[in-house]
Each structure stands twice: as structure tokens, then as C-alpha cells.
Design a protein around this ligand. Structure first.
Ligand SMILES: Cc1ncc(COP(=O)(O)O)c(C=O)c1O
Length: 410
């Protein structure tokens, strides 16, 4: 059991009032709040250790390098990668996915090859593949979702897999539905036809234990800011063998071993893929976030979110006129993300009425337009919970829906 009240004290922003009401922050799917330890780690670095990394032979630069590379090691342990060579810092998950598209996929895939993604993906796991498909004559196919169940159609997935399939891209947890996809099954079936697998772990790494070796995928992408870390830092994990056999896409400082007027040789992994001065302070903040999550325990965080879903789901689905997308009942394959539609109220209206009461939720297409199209709706209102959200906040959210319905007379 989490001591949520002790946890909440670690997050200064949670003491805020918004429009005269205590903040109820339920937009964790978009970004999470940051604990003091993360803010302090970043502040301490800037005040006391700031220097560029990997360059200077002087104390500050050595300290900065040790802190930056130390953060990488924390992340390696957190997702159980074999080696820090497999942890590449990026700006965010979007950049991590694009890096795979622009490097490995662009170098290895040829016209006529097929890439499979799914209808349930965030736009960042669709658009880079559309761009690549257009540029290279690659066929992009979508694994259909079952809108009534909120799951992917595994039967149809198997029929789409062919020897032409070179890459399968699937989200670990849906940012719209909260569904946890059977990614291990995706990996096994894809590998059986010789396809590589990229998992978008943006919503999974912050919320449940992730072990990249156990999942067995080839690429795994996530963002720091959704897991208590700062914005501007993300991670691409990829198998060392694949990274070794892939050319970098960005050239410049730090990614080279030697440069002459006729050419250059590449640095070792992971720096081969990190051209230029990296986001040192961001990586250090993410390292502190990983320390925080590890101290609380990912099993405990996931259990808390399951408890939240168990509490919210029966109440939410019992409100007349509320259509909840995805799984209707608590399940081990579902997180605490609740996207709804109410006939007669646009999601933006719901979000702005909630804001008057200090409740922050997301409204719009959630960067999931293909899935919303499958659901037959233009937008949704989404509440997404995290380790610091309480049952009392769930009640505020549920009551606010009832109140909003009265205001709109629906
Ligand atoms: C499932 C999923 N993938 C990818 C992203 C993109 O994350 P970022 O904007 O940090 O790159 C998000 C962000 O909402 C997401 O929820």
C-alpha cells in the first residue's frame, strides 16, 4: 500500500489552489508532476556542478560527466537493459521513435517491405511510419482494434504478419484507453516471421514494472516527463547488435572518434547516436525521478492504479449518459486512464467546467485520431491518474461529471 499522503508532500505543486479550489491534477497521461528530489537534483547540478560533459579534463566537467552517465546507469537498471550502450538519450519518446525511423528503418527497409502499426497508437507511433512509407515505397498496415472491448485484434494481427513484415510498432499501454497490450505476444509472433518490434512505452514505463530483456523487443521508447522527470529528455532503448549495425543520423560533436577532412569515424555506443551537447540537466533530473519511482516501487504504483481503476470504473460506468471508451471493468490489462464522451457536451466544455473547480483533465483528440475514428467520436475527455492521486480526488472527478451534466441539462 502506498502512503499517498506522504507522497503528496513530496510534490510542491499539489498544494496549489486553482480558481480558489485545491488542484486535482488528473492529466498525468500528458505529463506528470515533479517531486522535490527531482527539482533539487537539477538545481544542485546547475548551481554546483555545471560544465559540459565528456570534454574537459577538470573537476567540474568530470563531475558533470559522472552525473550524466550515472543517470544513464540508473535508467539501465530501471528497465533492466543489458548495458548502458543500449540507452540512448533523446528529447522525448517521439524523437526516440523518429530516430528508429530515420536510422535503422531508413537504412534497412526497401520498397515493398511492410511496417505494421496499430489503430490504437499515439500519433508519434504512426506519423514517422507514414513519412517513411511515403519516402521509401514501404507499405504501412494497421492492426485493427476492437472498439467495444478496447483491445487489439490478435487474430487479425496474425493474418497481417507476412515474411514481408519487417517492423511491428505497438504501444505498451494506450494513452486513450489505458489498455495494456500483450506486447510479449506481439514480439513472439513478429519474431517468428523475422520482423523487428518497436514498443512505445510512453504510458507503461511510468506506471508498471518494465523489463526490456523479459519483453524481448528490439526497440523501446519512452519520455522522462511522464515519469516524474523533466521535459526535454527521453530514452530509446535498442539492442546493442542492432545499434552496432546502424549508422547514426545526426553528425557533429560527441558522436565521433576521429574527424579528418575526408571523413569521420563513429564514437562507441551510446554516444554514436547523441550528437552535440546533450540535455545533461534533464538526464540528471530523470535519474532522480527513477530513484524516486524505485523507492516507492513500481509494483506498488501499478497496484495503486489498479485500485484506482477498481474504485472509479463501476461508479463512472453507472452515470447515465457517460460513454467510457475501452475496458469497462477493472483488469490487470488496464491502467487508471478514463476517456469519456457525453452526448450533448463537447469534451472541451467538460474540461473548462472542471477547470473552474480546480480539476485538470485533458480534452481533445489525445493524439489518437485513428482510434477515435474507430470509436466514431471526434474527441474525448480524459482523466489519467498517477501515484499521488487519491480516492477523494476520484470522488471530486465523479461528482464534477454529475454537476456538469446538470449545467448542460443532459
Ligand atoms: C503512448 C504515447 N506515445 C508517445 C507519446 C509522445 O510523447 P512525447 O510527446 O513526450 O514525445 C505519448 C504522449 O502523450 C503517449 O502517450
Amino acid at each position: 500500500m502506498l502512503d499517498i499522503f506522504a507522497i503528496r508532500k513530496d510534490f510542491p505543486i499539489l498544494a496549489r489552489q486553482v480558481n480558489g479550489k485545491p488542484l486535482v491534477y488528473l492529466d498525468n497521461g500528458a505529463t506528470s508532476q515533479k517531486p522535490l528530489s527531482v527539482l533539487q537534483a537539477m538545481d544542485d547540478f546547475q548551481r554546483n556542478h555545471n560544465a559540459n560533459v565528456h570534454r574537459g579534463i577538470y573537476t567540474l566537467s568530470e563531475e558533470a560527466t559522472a552525473l550524466y552517465e550515472g543517470a544513464r546507469e540508473k535508467i539501465r537498471q530501471f528497465i533492466n537493459a543489458r548495458s548502458v550502450e543500449e540507452i540512448i538519450f533523446t528529447r522525448n519518446a517521439t524523437e526516440a521513435i523518429n530516430l528508429v525511423a530515420l536510422s535503422w528503418a531508413r537504412q534497412k527497409l526497401v520498397a515493398g517491405d511492410e511496417v505494421l502499426t496499430t489503430e490504437m497508437e499515439h500519433h508519434s507511433n504512426i506519423v514517422p511510419w507514414q513519412m517513411l512509407a511515403k519516402e521509401r515505397g514501404i507499405m504501412l498496415k494497421f492492426v485493427p482494434a476492437k472498439p467495444d472491448l478496447g483491445t487489439l485484434d490478435l487474430g487479425l494481427f496474425e493474418t497481417l504478419l507476412t515474411p514481408k513484415t519487417k517492423l511491428v510498432c505497438v504501444g505498451h499501454m494506450s494513452n486513450l484507453l489505458g489498455t495494456v497490450n500483450p506486447v510479449k505476444t506481439f514480439v513472439e509472433k513478429s519474431h517468428a516471421v523475422g520482423a523487428k518490434v518497436l514498443i512505445d512505452g510512453c504510458q507503461a514505463v511510468p506506471h508498471l514494472p518494465v523489463d526490456v530483456q523479459q519483453l524481448g523487443a528490439d526497440f523501446y521508447a519512452f519520455s522522462g516527463h511522464k515519469m516524474l522527470g523533466p521535459t526535454g529528455i527521453g530514452v530509446l532503448w535498442a539492442r546493442k547488435e542492432i545499434l552496432d549495425a546502424t549508422e547514426p543520423v545526426l553528425g557533429g560533436g560527441d558522436m565521433i572518434k576521429e574527424v579528418t577532412k575526408v571523413g569521420a569515424t563513429w564514437n562507441d555506443l551510446p554516444w554514436k547516436f547523441e550528437a552535440g551537447t546533450p540535455n545533461v540537466v534533464g538526464a540528471i533530473g530523470l535519474g532522480a525521478a527513477v530513484d524516486y519511482l524505485t523507492k516507492v516501487g513500481m509494483e506498488n504504483i501499478w497496484q495503486h492504479e489498479q485500485d484506482m481503476a477498481t474504485y472509479v470504473l463501476p461508479k463512472l460506468t453507472a452515470i447515465p449518459g457517460v460513454q467510457l471508451f475501452g475496458m469497462q471493468k477493472p483488469s490487470l490489462d488496464r491502467g487508471a486512464i478514463f476517456s469519456i464522451w457525453i452526448d450533448g457536451m463537447h469534451p472541451h466544455d467538460i474540461a473548462s467546467i472542471f477547470d473552474e473547480q480546480g480539476i485538470a483533465i485533458r480534452a481533445g483528440h489525445m493524439c489518437s485520431q485513428p482510434m477515435l475514428e474507430v470509436l466514431g467520436k471526434p474527441a474525448a475527455a480524459r482523466a489519467s491518474f498517477y501515484l499521488y492521486n487519491t480516492q477523494a480526488e476520484a470522488d471530486v472527478f465523479l461528482n464534477a461529471i454529475e454537476d456538469a451534466k446538470k449545467v448542460f441539462g443532459v
